[in-house]
Design a protein around this ligand. Structure first.
Ligand code: MG
Length: 265
């Protein structure tokens, strides 16, 4: 009698375990949020980091403790020329600057989805008008340009202003500061995804704060940015370098840092 009971209990336990593995397992990792009810104290806490400090015009702020610093204020050791070889932009006191004609530079490392902070300043006094005035660009994944331009009292086509997704989305407002003044972009970016056959499964998207003002609100990027055209997506790796544009104007950069996001964040 005793033995039969044990066998029955053992059988029931095995059945429960099998049911658990079949029903729970597919949901346990990728959709972790669904296994937690409201206010569950067993739910893992977020990692603790030390937030950064605000920049002033005189000094760049301190990045959050978990950020990757892309410019150490002294040299371009994290950067290289897009056409190959070392990055030959000049480095000043706490900033670096485009050298007109030298060409674009890019990070030596590649990044997937991320939060990015960039500060930049256009020449003062300003030179030129329209697109020919303090033009540079932050190319996310080296493909999608967030326009850098002196857009202070300077009219150009809407989707070519500072903080535009170039040729696709104008910024919601023109939040430009005057030339020579440090300005900042805070960007949240999720790259495109392709399946193993190269088919596009997710378009890239981007959110941009320009000098603290929301100017791109989670817009879906149409494809690589270009002048007078909108090329289609082509299969790309999930992780790519960040690129800065030499548009033949001496634009300065400082305080560049990036925080990579985990899949699903
Ligand atoms: Mg540009």
């Amino acid at each position: 009698m005793h033995r039969k009971l044990w066998l029955a209990a053992g059988g029931a336990a095995l059945a429960m375990l099998a049911t658990f593995m079949i029903t729970i397992r597919p949901y346990a990792w990728p959709q972790a949020a669904q296994q937690w009810g409201p206010n569950d104290r067993n739910r893992p806490e977020p990692p603790i980091i030390t937030p950064g400090t605000e920049s002033t015009q005189e000094n760049p702020g301190r990045p959050p403790s978990d950020a990757i610093v892309l410019f150490n204020g002294k040299d371009l050791s994290n950067w290289e020329a897009v056409k190959g070889g070392p990055a030959k932009w000049t480095v000043g006191d706490g900033y670096f600057q485009t050298v007109p004609g030298v060409g674009d530079i890019q990070t030596k490392d590649s990044y997937g989805d991320f939060q990015l902070h960039v500060e930049w300043a256009t020449p003062n006094p300003p030179h030129g008008t329209d697109q020919d005035r303090g033009n540079s660009g932050v190319f996310l994944h080296g493909l999608y340009e967030i326009q850098v331009l002196d857009s202070y009292n300077n009219v150009t086509y809407a989707d070519g202003e500072a903080a535009a997704v170039y040729g696709q989305y104008p910024p919601l407002v023109n939040a430009a500061r005057p030339p020579g003044v440090w300005q900042m972009y805070d960007i949240a970016f999720h790259g495109a995804r392709f399946d193993s056959s190269g088919k596009l499964t997710r378009k890239a998207n981007v959110t941009v704060f320009y000098n603290g003002v929301l100017v791109q609100d989670h817009v879906e990027i149409m494809g690589p940015t270009a002048h007078h055209e909108r090329p289609p997506y082509t299969p790309q790796p999930d992780r790519l370098p960040l690129r800065l544009q030499d548009h033949h104007h001496p634009v300065r950069y400082r305080d560049l840092w990036i925080r990579e996001l985990k899949e699903g964040q």
